[in-house]
Design a protein around this ligand. Structure first.
Ligand code: NAD
Ligand code: MG
Length: 347
């Protein structure tokens, strides 16, 4: 069955025209959603916790800011854009009791709904619009009249109009001009977790570290190893992003291309695929989610220890010094936002 992708003609702003939209959180996504929806002519209120550092920023952007509870009370549609690991507590404390029948609860990532951390009441719609870009891009492209692609999913359709309204939201965000792919909370959540674990974050980081260790343990200079296994990765990834693996292989030398076919399957082999299947199994049966939720509840000790070990790895030490000599590298907020773009779980 071919994928369903919605475009500009598939929705209007009408379903949201007389409604109030509460955007909860004013971080990467929250700011972009609030401003785009407002500039599309919709009524937006931003919900923030007491003492939020984002309050002044949202007000300076000309938005109405309320407590999370008051924003939810005032709204018909509530988009939850606080970090995924905080959503359950924000929901229980300030959202749940302020939703009324007929309201819509929306997300930009499916984790909390799919894994049952948030169990919304029967009488409300639950949907997802997940832009496939960081907030800064969501805003920039809207201002240019283009928009970023997004995913749409419906978890609960009490009104019978949940998808129509979600697509209307996507239109206000600017995403219908780029295309909105229909998916489910299950598919979005499971593929997102698998991608970041097996390939994008976990797989790539382990590949870099292991390649670096192999070269330095053989006596090569750490600086040389850094350039070969980390720095140049960006050039390769840019080619893959532009034209797939074939384009990358067209651009690199024939020696590199032959080495690719010769070595790739030796490094990433049948055992690796078995390990990937096992990881997918833990995502699908919920055991990964249970472990991560328990780790958060227990104060993140193991997580923080692994973060420290990652920071202390030699590839990081040498990289820090080398990058200081390359001021032309894109660093700081722009680079962080780019990285978060692909990782919808974002934190
Ligand atoms: P973020 O960390 O940039 O911003 C979160 C904001 O939530 C903070 O700036 C703050 O204003 C607010 N906040 C934090 N704790 C709060 C609390 N306890 N109560 C009320 N407000 C609180 O998060 P983000 O990256 O914008 O992610 C939001 C959602 O969007 C997540 O579900 C994420 O998975 C999803 N998403 C992110 C991206 C991305 O590229 N960043 C892309 C697609 C989807
Ligand atoms: Mg992702």
């Amino acid at each position: 069955m071919p994928a369903t992708i919605y475009y500009e003609n598939d929705a209007t702003l009408a379903p949201l025209q007389d409604k109030v939209i509460a955007v909860i959180g004013y971080g990467s996504q929250g700011r972009a959603h609030s401003l785009n929806l407002r500039d599309s002519g919709l009524s937006v209120v931003v919900g923030l916790h007491d003492g939020s550092k984002s309050k002044a920023k949202a007000e300076a952007d000309g938005l109405r800011v309320e407590s999370v509870a008051d924003a939810v009370k005032a709204a018909d549609v509530v988009m939850v854009l606080v970090p995924d690991h905080s959503q359950k507590s924000v929901y229980e404390k300030s959202i749940k009791d302020n939703l009324k029948l007929g309201d819509t609860l929306m997300f930009a990532h499916g984790f909390n709904i799919h894994f049952g951390q948030i169990e919304p009441l029967d009488g409300i719609d639950v949907s997802m619009i997940a832009p496939k870009a960081p907030g800064t891009r969501v805003r920039e492209l809207y201002e240019e009249g283009i928009g970023v692609p997004a995913l749409v999913a419906v978890h609960q359709d009490a009104s019978g109009n949940a998808k129509e309204q979600a697509l209307s939201y996507a239109r206000g965000l600017g995403s219908l001009s780029a295309g909105v792919l229909e998916t489910t909370f299950k598919e979005e959540t499971e593929t997102d977790l698998f991608g970041e674990q097996a390939v994008l974050c976990g797989g790539v980081a382990a590949l870099i570290q292991t390649g670096f260790e192999t070269l330095t343990e053989a006596g090569y200079q750490p600086e040389s190893a850094y350039f070969e296994v980390l720095h140049e990765l960006k050039l390769i990834v840019d080619l893959i992003y532009e034209g797939g693996l074939t384009h990358m292989r067209e651009v690199v030398s024939d020696t590199a291309e032959y080495g690719d076919y010769y070595a790739g399957p030796k490094v990433i082999n049948a055992d690796t695929k078995l390990a990937m299947k096992a990881l997918l199994g833990k995502i699908q049966d919920g055991s990964f989610a249970r472990e991560w939720i328990a780790e958060n509840e227990a104060g993140r000790e193991k997580f923080l220890a692994m973060r420290q070990a990652g920071t202390d790895h030699d590839v990081e030490r040498v990289g820090k010094d080398l990058r200081a000599m390359m001021p032309w590298l894109k660093t700081g907020k722009a680079a962080r936002e780019d990285a978060k773009a692909a990782m919808t779980s974002g934190n």
